[in-house]
Design a protein around this ligand. Sequence first.
Ligand SMILES: *[C@@H]1O[C@H](CO)[C@@H](O)[C@H](O)[C@H]1NC(C)=O
Ligand SMILES: *[C@@H]1O[C@H](CO)[C@@H](O)[C@H](O)[C@H]1NC(C)=O
Ligand SMILES: *[C@@H]1O[C@H](CO)[C@@H](O)[C@H](O)[C@H]1NC(C)=O
Ligand SMILES: *[C@@H]1O[C@H](CO)[C@@H](O)[C@H](O)[C@H]1NC(C)=O
Ligand SMILES: *[C@@H]1O[C@H](CO)[C@@H](O)[C@H](O)[C@H]1NC(C)=O
Length: 471
Amino acid sequence: MVSPAAASVLPCALLLLLRSGLGVSTPPSEEGEDVERTGSPAGPREEFPTVVFAILARNSQHSLPHYLGALERMDYPKERISIWCATDHNVDNTTEILHEWLTAVEGHYRHIEWRSIDEPSSYPDEHGPKHWSDARFEHVMRLKQEALSFARSERADYILFTDTDSILTNNQTLKFLIAQNKSVVAPMLDSQTYYSNFWCGITPQGYYRRTADYFPTKNRQRVGCFAVSMVYAAFLIDLRKNDTADLAFHPPHPSYTWPFDDIIVFAYSCQTAGAQMYLCNQQRFGYINVPVKSHQTLEDESINFVHLILEAMVDGTPMFPSSHVYLPPKHPTKIGFDEVFLINLARRPDRRQRMLSSLFELEIEPLVINAVDGSALNSSDIKKLGVDLLPGYFDPFSGRTLTKGEVGCFLSHHHVWNEIVERGLEKSVVLEDDVRFEAYFKKRILRLMDELEQVQLDWDLMYRHRQMKKI
Ligand SMILES: *[C@@H]1O[C@H](CO)[C@@H](O)[C@H](O)[C@H]1NC(C)=O
Ligand SMILES: *[C@@H]1O[C@H](CO)[C@@H](O)[C@H](O)[C@H]1NC(C)=O
Ligand SMILES: *[C@@H]1O[C@H](CO)[C@@H](O)[C@H](O)[C@H]1NC(C)=O
Ligand SMILES: *[C@@H]1O[C@H](CO)[C@@H](O)[C@H](O)[C@H]1NC(C)=O
Ligand SMILES: *[C@@H]1O[C@H](CO)[C@@H](O)[C@H](O)[C@H]1NC(C)=O
């Protein structure tokens, strides 16, 4: 187990790892002299261990640009990375996007292995593209096994499996994981919910068991690298350690009786080999999209992913798409309203930027209104504007009267109301610049408008969740 201080000692640990010559490294390249060993603090580039990135993509055009963007920005010499990439059973543009990306980055990586099958676009026994049928599990296990065999045949030092719904926004993730010196180690991923990429406990039948450790770990009340029962979605295997030599995804171990699922098969394989899985949460490494249910659609998954992009902006560790792939154009509209106002204080460009980026992702076109800066108002200004409190008004929560900020906020809304009257707008949305959108924001607001229409409610102003106002 590693203490919270591990994050700060990382550069030293990494240095140790590289200097001790654990890397099964290729000889220094012919061109140029051997780099002075004591010279560069990171050690000669040639000594970085070799890593295989395993990419298994299916129907993931919604997340691929951000996923690939994160991989290509990983702070690690690309000439020490090989890519093993497979895709099949797609109904969307996954194959095209991967092909475009691999073609663009090919020259930078050590080696690229590409397995793409166009037909069929579904499994015979699946109910929909998000359903995990036995045939699908079996196929994925075989592919993962193939990736692992490829890495072994390349004599790679590590293999990093990252699902396409897991976005490693932290460009130090790979170096961090290598420095942990574990057989199997995963970076804890954040999501829109309590979902993450590890289990703390497992039942005798091989199913998920929630233990008392789960939430303190997920919420980072306990911080470090912890031995856990299962990791998935993104994890690194050290192929040089003797306890990983027999790890396998397929076929399952002869004594295997647990559910037929690639994640559980692999956890069992680790257990029988005595290779402990670890999960680290010292840093924010990235995000995992909460999976949709088997009956849901690719569109639902895509809506969830847009929400994850917005949440990453709130957290301050945003995702960025790869510049090497074509991004389908967005078509922002006023979603059926006459205007969507966005009130923003000029001295908060950070908030304006986040809101504009969020609304762009949601394909909503706002009109930015410069807010009245309450803190710049003095009492004579306020008097001159004719603003007066209702006698005896006190905030029901705090018990105090209005702050200058609240007066400014009110004046900003008042300004919007005036514009609505002047332009004769019938239906408008007014957003402040600190809205945290829910996943189905757009669908819900459109459904609400439909329902209002149906019940023919005569309404003037609707106020939602202290977050969204409509006039
Ligand atoms: C890494 O772990 C192995 C045990 O698996 C140990 O022998 C070795 O000394 C460790 N290396 C470093 C640099 O800590
Ligand atoms: C890694 O990410 C940080 C923060 O986003 C950035 O400042 C830094 O330049 C990046 N490093 C590399 C090598 O890309
Ligand atoms: C795939 O991309 C093309 C443009 O390159 C687009 O016209 C088409 O609609 C996309 N297909 C899907 C299923 O999104
Ligand atoms: C793996 O190596 C360790 C020492 O590094 C040793 O104690 C252990 O017996 C080895 N296990 C196998 C399966 O070779
Ligand atoms: C209030 O601010 C205005 C400028 O916004 C200024 O002209 C006025 O003198 C100020 N009044 C007081 C009492 O400070």
